[in-house]
Design a protein around this ligand. Structure first.
Ligand code: 6GU
Length: 287
């Protein structure tokens, strides 16, 4: 493994310090907006917006539907930093680079990260437009050695062999469901296991069946690498998947997975997703 593929502690620290020098707030909460869900960032008050291309050492976003900017501000009074656009394995970065923002979050003082994504539904009980609270993940690229923690371990971030059996904070999962019930969203709330693939091609029918057999409820191309790095450095994590399409599970289906459908469903449910997250934030003790 090439440990130079990533960023050193000093580089992450330099980026964090550069950001803190201009940020209007010292963020306690980090938010990562998934495809079509960037509207969450617009809810922040007293914003400072910084393009990824202006941030020293930061990777750049290349995907349609992902803006590529960092937004600082207050959400329901909580100081936040929000990634409008994230980095995926399929963009071609070494995986350590896709997760660098998590370490920058940590070094800025972030304690809790809320991640959102768009995902394909594998569980037959799921409907397009459902919101799944992620309770666990299956890291398929990790099985093949593509784990963001591969390479030299810097103990200042975390331990060599971090536990992942408690990656998704139980209290925050409960909070998501409790807040959803209050907002009358329970009819489209789900719980489940998210499986990550590298992409960018969508899954074959056989791959979808395999993932379902393995216990996955949804499939996507993000989040898991960020969760691993966030947990490694001790941040609390909660993650929500918007089910934007049903993964194709049979050969006779006329349906084909496509990015446009993903973005369209995002638009349909974006406001409720934003309301869910902002209400969760108002109930979280981040002070
Ligand atoms: Cl069906 N598959 C993957 N890998 N990612 C997705 C998706 C499907 N739908 C939204 N994102």
């Amino acid at each position: 493994p090439d440990s130079s593929a990533g960023y050193s502690y000093e580089e992450c620290k330099a980026t964090a310090d550069w950001l803190l020098a201009q940020a209007p707030v010292r963020p306690l909460l980090g938010i990562v907006c998934g495809s079509g869900l960037g509207g969450l960032a617009e809810m922040l008050k007293d914003q400072l917006v910084i393009d990824y291309s202006d941030i020293p050492s930061f990777p750049r976003s290349t995907v349609h539907g992902h803006a590529g900017r960092l937004v600082f501000g207050k959400l329901k009074g909580t100081p936040c930093v929000c990634m409008q656009g994230r980095f995926h394995l399929y963009e071609g970065y070494p995986i350590q680079k896709t997760t660098m923002p998590m370490r920058v979050f940590k070094l800025m003082g972030v304690e809790t990260v809320i991640l959102t994504n768009a995902a394909g539904g594998l569980n037959p009980d799921f409907t397009v437009g459902d919101i799944m609270v992620i309770k666990d993940h299956i890291n398929i690229p990790g099985f093949a050695g593509n784990n963001p923690l591969v390479g030299a371990n810097d103990e200042r971030f975390g331990e060599r062999f971090p536990c992942m059996s408690d990656a998704y904070d139980r209290d925050l999962q409960q909070l998501a469901h409790a807040v959803a019930a209050e907002l009358d969203y329970s009819a489209f709330m789900q719980d489940g296991v998210y499986s990550a693939l590298a992409g960018p091609s969508f899954e074959t029918v056989a791959e979808c069946k395999m993932l379902r057999l393995l216990g996955a409820d949804a499939v996507g191309m993000s989040t898991v690498h960020e969760v691993i790095v966030a947990r490694h450095c001790g941040m609390r994590v909660v993650a929500l998947s918007l089910i934007t399409n049903q993964a194709v599970m049979d050969y006779d289906s006329e349906k084909k997975a496509n990015h446009e459908e993903v973005l369209q469903t995002g638009e349909l449910r974006a406001q409720q997703m934003e309301k869910l997250v902002s209400t969760m934030v108002s109930r979280m003790s981040c002070e």
